[in-house]
Design a protein around this ligand. Structure first.
Ligand code: FES
Length: 279
């Protein structure tokens, strides 16, 4: 498929060049010939005014010039459509090639070998949760439904996510129902229902960072950390990868933050290096 795409892009590119050459040549020839044709017709018009026997010659010349111009216009229109089709085909094939070869980071050549993952990390089991924190929290904040958001906020701050066991305990100790817990925790974006890694990596996907390659950086970090599709944390729960809006330092785009420490003007390779300092 890659060879086919490469051949296709070559042929389409050659056709684009050919069409441009034809149009350019036509333009040059026509712009040189038009004044000469106009001069001949003007002279014949003068002669016809003086001698009517030149009229057929004038008519024939006008017919020839008009026919030639119409023929050129028709040909140029056809070539222009061919040019559009060839350019579209070229872009289509080129897109296929870029996909096959992996996207290049902006402004830099892709290094021969992307950095290998740091080491394989075994999955770790979550430690048993100490729910005495929740008991104390409920006694401090209250048992009414109005305590739902403060309770969830405190649980999130303590555990760094909302563990199911802690939420169950909240429901046991308060008037808050599981449905209310589920609704509140899914409504507010800051609440997480799954455990986070030891280090939080926030990759900015604001406009400046997006156009500077934030997508390639995120993909490379996911590959580097071996984060499975559909998840945001590696198996050893060392790193959680989060895509966030503008971090407020657009002049450094593309930017990421590791545990609140910013690193800017990144490439996919240097983004991985930024994690090594922490790992
Ligand atoms: S867009 Fe990334 S820091 Fe502003």
């Amino acid at each position: 498929m890659t060879i086919g795409a490469r051949m296709g892009s070559w042929i389409a590119g050659a056709l684009v060049g050919l069409c441009v050459a034809i149009l350019f040549t036509d333009y040059v020839v026509a712009s040189r010939r038009a004044p000469a044709d106009d001069r001949v017709i003007k002279a014949l018009q003068q002669q016809t005014k003086a001698d009517a026997s030149f009229a057929p010659k004038l008519a024939a010349e006008q017919k020839r010039v008009t026919g030639a111009r119409l023929a050129r216009k028709t040909r140029d229109n056809a070539v222009a459509w061919g040019l559009i089709a060839a350019a579209a085909a070229f872009l289509w094939f080129a897109k296929g090639l870029v996909k096959k070869d992996k996207p290049l980071p902006p402004g830099k050549r892709w290094q021969a070998e992307p950095p290998a993952p740091p080491r394989s990390r075994p999955a770790v089991a979550a430690p048993a949760l100490d729910l005495s924190f929740v008991d104390e929290l409920v006694s401090q904040i209250g048992r009414g439904k109005e305590a739902a958001i403060p309770l969830l906020g405190a649980i999130q701050s303590h555990y760094r996510y909302l563990p199911d066991e802690a939420l169950r305990r909240v429901c046991e100790l308060t008037e808050i129902t599981p449905a209310e817990i589920a609704g509140t925790s899914s409504f507010y974006g800051q609440f997480r229902r799954s455990p986070v890694g030891q280090h939080m990596v926030r990759v900015c996907h604001g406009t400046a960072c997006h156009v500077s390659g934030a997508r390639q950086i995120t993909e490379e970090l996911r590959r580097y950390l071996a984060i499975p599709d559909g998840e945001d944390t590696d198996a050893a729960r060392l790193f959680t990868l989060d895509e966030v809006a503008c971090l407020g330092c657009c002049s450094l785009a593309p930017v990421l933050m590791v545990d609140g420490r910013a690193a800017g003007k990144l490439t996919p390779a240097t983004a991985c290096d930024a994690l090594k300092v922490t790992a």
